[in-house]
Design a protein around this ligand. Structure first.
Ligand SMILES: NC(=O)c1ccc[n+]([C@@H]2O[C@H](COP(=O)([O-])OP(=O)(O)OC[C@H]3O[C@@H](n4cnc5c(N)ncnc54)[C@H](O)[C@@H]3O)[C@@H](O)[C@H]2O)c1
Length: 367
């Protein structure tokens, strides 16, 4: 039986994918693949036999993807598999931003029966935590990817008006597409679902906050670094921002008035962990058995349907050689080929076994 080495605890549901063909083990000298969640692979000695790495989750900064790519090792992740978990938390954050739920709960926990009963104190004190309803308010969504689109649909169902901005947007979404300027101007609530990039780091800052509505509520379930904490705290003090709900506690933010910090709960549901593990296990098996690449972070997608006598997956450095130079004008039964950045992949279906040996080819896997 082929071995898949696990570097973290992985949902037992992957057994439904690995069946009796693959054994998922905690130690192995000759694993076909590695499956992991947050294990830090920088500096890790990779067994020679490993063909691919499967990260059960979206972020891959715990994996040296470039270095592995240069050695013809394909790294997979699971985009969108945790999107529903994050969406559900964002929906709850809309309410946390609207009503004094956290503050009211903290206050209620301090009450004791005394001269006035707890019930009497509750009736007198509750007015401090009343808040507003979200019905009819405008939600602005930055980033209309897997999570942003689900948030748009849920907010619409809850009776909100939804506007959105995404510079690379295509497809369908419940949000009305507007410019960034318009989004900041019209939104009562703004939620961010963008990746952390040079262009998004610190995007919520004094100058962008100045263009938002007075009393805006800001939700950040993207990454802590997209918000300038000093600027948002100062805007909260001035009453410009009414509430900041985020998933990224840090020394500056905890115990601050009108800031609600959650302990990075976005993707931490049992269901999301199961979804990510099953999705990455399916991608690993499809790669090992068929050479198909889907959702790799260091190689482009390639896939072939159908049965062939022989199949080869050729991974190459696209700065050094092109797909046509590798294929050399020869006829093959089927070819799927793609290039992304400096990495290329060609999957060929062949009648006869063929060798591919040219400078710039990083790895050839046969099936
Ligand atoms: N809190 C958590 O636990 C948790 C869990 C999962 C993901 N996340 C974060 O959420 C982010 C989004 O996740 P996703 O699955 O929706 O990713 P995704 O890749 O499906 O969507 C991201 C979207 O952001 C858009 N985008 C990029 N730059 C932008 C900009 N400057 N302005 C507006 N839009 C921009 C992209 O075009 C893309 O459509 C992730 O990158 C991650 O940082 C957090």
């Amino acid at each position: 039986m082929k071995e898949i080495l696990k570097l973290n605890e992985i949902s037992p549901l992957v057994k439904n994918v690995f069946l009796d063909k693959y054994d998922m083990v905690a130690e192995s000298a000759n694993p076909e693949a590695i499956i992991l969640r947050s294990f830090k692979m920088h500096g890790y000695t990779l067994p020679q036999s490993v063909k691919c790495i499967g990260r059960a989750g979206a972020g891959t900064n715990n994996i040296p993807c470039e270095e592995y790519g240069d050695n013809g090792i394909v790294v997979f992740n699971t985009p969108g598999a945790n999107a529903n978990a994050v969406k559900e938390l964002v929906v709850s954050a809309l309410f946390l931003a609207s009503r004094g739920i956290c503050e009211g709960n903290a206050w209620a926990n301090t009450l004791v029966d005394g001269e006035k009963t707890i019930a009497e104190q509750v009736e007198k004190g509750k007015k401090n935590f009343g808040g507003n309803e979200i019905l009819g308010k405008t939600l602005g969504i930055f980033g209309l990817g897997a999570i942003g689109r689900k948030v748009a649909a849920a907010a619409k169902d809850l009776g909100m008006k939804v506007v959105g901005y995404d510079p690379f947007y295509n497809g369908e979404c419940e949000a009305e597409i507007v410019s960034q300027e318009e989004l900041y101007k019209v939104s009562d609530y703004i939620t961010f679902h963008v990746p952390l990039l040079d262009t998004t780091r610190g995007m919520v800052n004094a100058s962008t906050i100045a263009t938002m509505k007075d009393g805006v509520k800001i939700l950040n379930f993207s990454r802590g670094e997209i918000v300038n904490n000093a600027d948002i705290l100062s805007a909260i003090k001035q009453g410009k921002v009414a509430k900041y709900v985020n998933d990224f506690p840090c020394a500056e933010l905890i115990n601050q008035k009108n800031v609600v910090c959650l302990p990075h709960l976005g993707a931490s549901t049992e269901e999301a962990e199961d979804n990510c593990a099953v999705m990455v296990a399916e991608q690993i098996v499809d790669f090992i058995e068929n050479g198909n690449i889907k959702n790799s972070v260091n190689y482009p997608n390639v896939s072939l349907d159908g049965k062939f006598n022989y199949k080869a997956l050729i991974l190459f450095n696209a700065d050094k050689i092109s797909a046509s130079d590798i294929l050399d004008d020869k006829e093959y039964e089927a070819v799927s080929s793609a290039v992304r950045k400096n990495k290329g992949a060609i999957l060929v279906g062949m009648e006869k076994d063929t060798d591919f040996n040219k400078e710039g080819i990083l790895k050839v896997y046969k099936f």
